[in-house]
Design a protein around this ligand. Sequence first.
Ligand SMILES: [Zn+2]
Length: 178
Amino acid sequence: MEKVNDSIKVPLRGLPNGSHTFEYQADGEFFQTFGSEIIQDAVCDIWMVVTKSRDFIKLDCTIIGSVIVECDRCLDDLQIPIEVNRGLLVKFGSEEDVDVGTGDDDVMMVDDTAAMLDLSQFVYDYVCLALPLQMVHPEGECNPLMTAYLAKETGGEVSVECNMPFSGLKDLLDNKNN
Ligand SMILES: [Zn+2]
């Protein structure tokens, strides 16, 4: 498996007709190269099944792994599983040649003299689109210190007081603040 830090490329020139599988791995650096402020770290395996015919190339992209983001509630690391499967149709020609009504697949036009097809942007977009709108730990799994602090700040009930293991946390925080 090829580890990529900044680009996921499929060779076009010299690629024989038929089906070929390329494997890549994208880590946190890959996402940071694209300027992602959301994804702190990542381990994603990427499989690109490239089916080449005379007129076009069909790509079947599978991304499986996980990314680390900041929990919207407690700001601790939150691991989000990623599982994406997307099709991409690559046609030779210019942007104006794009047909309408090509189905569910994304269509990308490339110059027929292009030697490499850079799919980094697609992979980046696919992963970002796979992220849930609300990124928070499951109920009760947030950082208890932060949960207690937030409850205090908003003047709400400090629910962790009910839980024996965390019953001393609020006092602890209060002492810290004084
Ligand atoms: Zn959290």
